[in-house]
Design a protein around this ligand. Structure first.
Ligand code: FE
Length: 196
């Protein structure tokens, strides 16, 4: 049985950071600590946002009403990977289930791989213009799905970004959207209230 309370509490704490006018450095440090706590338990992600598909899936879990941040579950089937892409906003990635590999791609013809981060369950990394903004991400496990929770400094599915041809470095406009039409219900607190 999933209990969405940890996600509810995470979003509430992230909203308080937004209300506080957090700088990118604070989002990455304090938001990163909150995300580390969220991915430390794997009991809260609704089934509907954990299903793999024929390509990797990106399910919206929450978007701040004024688009200061968004929270997404990425579900990787075996062998699935993103195109080479950028973000344009800060991001935090926390590994909930399985493992993934993020490879920085450095501009050039062809593009060259740079820093490689292998993310294990419970770990959190940041993406930012200050570290690297262009990368490719893939499931590190050949035989099962992996799931990571991403937080971005905007409504990531609606931001005009770029995908890149790794052979030529050519850039194409990209708006990712989301794979779900409905977001999880964070607001049914009846069990908690009945128990109080
Ligand atoms: Fe990415």
């Amino acid at each position: 049985m999933t209990d969405i309370t940890p996600l509810h509490d995470f979003i509430r704490a992230m909203t308080r950071l937004a209300e506080d006018g957090a700088t990118e450095a604070r989002w990455l440090a304090e938001g990163g600590a909150l995300l580390r706590r969220l991915v430390a338990t794997d009991t809260w992600l609704p089934e509907a946002c954990a299903e793999p598909g024929p390509r990797y899936r990106q399910y919206l879990l929450h978007c701040d009403p004024v688009e200061r941040f968004s929270v997404v579950s990425f579900v990787w089937g075996p062998g699935q990977r993103t195109p080479v892409h950028n973000h344009t906003v800060w991001g935090l990635v926390g590994m909930l289930r399985g493992e993934e590999i993020s490879t920085e791609m450095v501009a050039g013809t062809p593009m060259r791989p740079g820093q490689v981060d292998r993310l294990h369950q419970g770990e959190v990394v940041a993406v930012s213009a200050d570290t690297y903004d262009i990368h490719v991400v893939e499931n590190a496990l050949p035989d099962r799905a992996s799931i990571s929770i991403h937080v971005y400094g905007g409504n990531i599915g609606a931001i005009a970004r770029s995908v890149f041809d790794p052979g030529t470095g050519a850039r194409t406009r990209f708006v990712s959207g989301y794979d779900n039409a409905a977001v999880p219900n964070l607001w049914d607190r009846s069990r908690e209230m009945a128990a109080a």
